[in-house]
Design a protein around this ligand. Structure first.
Ligand code: MN
Length: 424
């Protein structure tokens, strides 16, 4: 499925909001996207098309994967990164080639009041060094007509490749992919074994992924826009401030510079923007961890489902649903969940009769099945998330697990009354 096919599908299903009027890339597009709570296609942001909130809900993720919403995690847990990747020589991305690079002609958005500059937020940075390939999304700050500052988090794969090249004084060739098959976008947000992002994407989509070669040798999937260039081994600039998943400002750091040497794109390309701390950002950060928690809990008890909730930034809070077999399973599930996702801060474990997608139902479980002195597990001084504003400077935090499962021997006390259907 191409980026455009997915957008067409959204349109056919009546899910796409279209904005025909001219909209400013500075705050206005972000404000509309934030209010829309649905995929939004802007027809004129500085003369270009822009899509936001593309994968902004679990419904969109489910339709991308071709499964019902409740089975997203099950499906993701089954897939291993072993799909087929094919090298091809033709691509619609080569419809237009621009050797005169001017990034300011792209509708790069400024999202929040104190942002350091306009930011590319949905750019998949594909890099290759010493035979190792990586593909992952990095936030990219506009730092000049042909320059971007990239936040490279150590010890993630792009950072490691950049470091290896820089230690030898060499440039790391990169290609930044904007607007490709959403399963590829999703795959590159997932922590898969080194170099396996496209294989994982192929397995997810159930069809081979086609890559073509850029002028600098980097192989990329068909996309709306591709920025070719290299990461400079020495040059660094101030990067930030920028809003991360908690909706608070991340600090300014010295980060490496990407020089863009050529831009290729489809005719009338659709630029993809991800609203920082918006639902699309949260889901892409969080959902890839759900299968890890699911598998880990599955090792200690019978697991039914897992969700990283949007209220918990899809990162810091999980609800784990189990089919309790023995008393104490809830606590074991808590420990397994913390081990599987080190950034997780609070977790609630519930029974199979609780709708984990409904915060009210989860609260009901806490209200009726929890006794504070028995069912709450507090673990101080453990590694948490660097994105948690309440975490300690050394990265540690206190984790809280809530076992909101029924006491097995008193099961009848917890039975939820139902109104039977009238059968006359
Ligand atoms: Mn990787």
């Amino acid at each position: 499925m191409s980026f455009r096919t997915f957008i067409d599908q959204l349109k056919e299903n009546g899910k796409l909001v279209e904005i025909p009027v001219s909209v400013s890339p500075r705050f206005e597009a972000s404000r509309i996207a934030k209010a829309a709570k649905a995929p939004v296609l802007f027809h004129d942001v500085s003369g270009s098309k822009v899509i936001m909130n593309l994968l902004g809900s679990r419904d969109e993720l489910a339709s991308m994967l071709g499964v019902p919403k409740e089975e997203i995690i099950k499906r993701l847990s089954e897939v291993s990164p072993e799909g087929e990747v094919r090298l091809v020589s033709e691509s619609p991305t080569l419809e237009a080639i621009e050797d005169e690079v001017d990034l300011t002609k792209l509708p790069i958005l400024t999202h929040f009041e104190k942002d350091g500059a306009p930011y590319i937020t949905a750019g998949i940075v594909v890099s290759e060094y010493g035979g190792t390939i990586n593909a992952s999304i990095h936030r990219l700050m506009l730092a000049g007509k042909d320059k971007l500052a990239a936040r490279l988090v150590p010890p993630r794969h792009t950072y490691l490749l950049y470091k290896k090249a820089a230690e030898r004084g060499e440039r790391l060739p990169v290609a930044i992919v904007l607007g490709c098959d959403p399963t590829i976008i999703y795959a590159t947000s997932t922590r898969v074994p080194v170099g396996k992002e496209f294989e994982y994407a192929a397995a997810l989509r159930g069809a081979p992924v086609e890559l073509f070669e850029c002028a600098n040798g980097i192989k990329v999937p068909h996309a709306e826009i591709v920025l070719e260039g290299y990461i400079d081994p020495t040059e660094k600039v101030d990067e930030g401030p920028f809003v991360d998943i908690t909706g608070t400002y991340d600090v300014v750091r010295k980060e490496p510079v990407i020089h863009i040497t050529r831009i290729i794109h489809r005719k009338d390309p659709i630029y993809h923007g991800i609203l920082p701390a918006g639902p699309e950002h949260l889901l892409m950060m969080g959902v890839p961890y759900e299968p890890r928690i699911y598998r880990a809990v599955g090792e200690v008890t019978s697991v039914r489902n897992v969700v990283l909730t949007e209220g918990g930034c899809c990162y810091l809070h999980a609800v784990v649903q189990i089919e309790k077999q023995t008393e104490g399973d809830g606590k074991n599930a808590i420990m397994a969940a913390f081990a599987a996702h080190t950034s997780l801060k609070h977790v609630v474990v519930v029974d199979e009769d609780i709708n984990i997608f409904d915060p009210n139902d989860v609260e009901f479980a806490i209200a009726t099945r929890v006794k504070g002195d028995m069912d709450i597990l507090i673990v101080p001084n453990v590694r948490g998330s660097s994105l948690d504003p309440r975490g300690a400077p050394d990265g540690t935090t206190t984790k809280v697990g809530i076992d909101a499962t029924k006491v097995l021997v008193e099961k009848e006390n917890f039975e939820r009354a139902i109104i039977p259907e009238v059968t006359e």
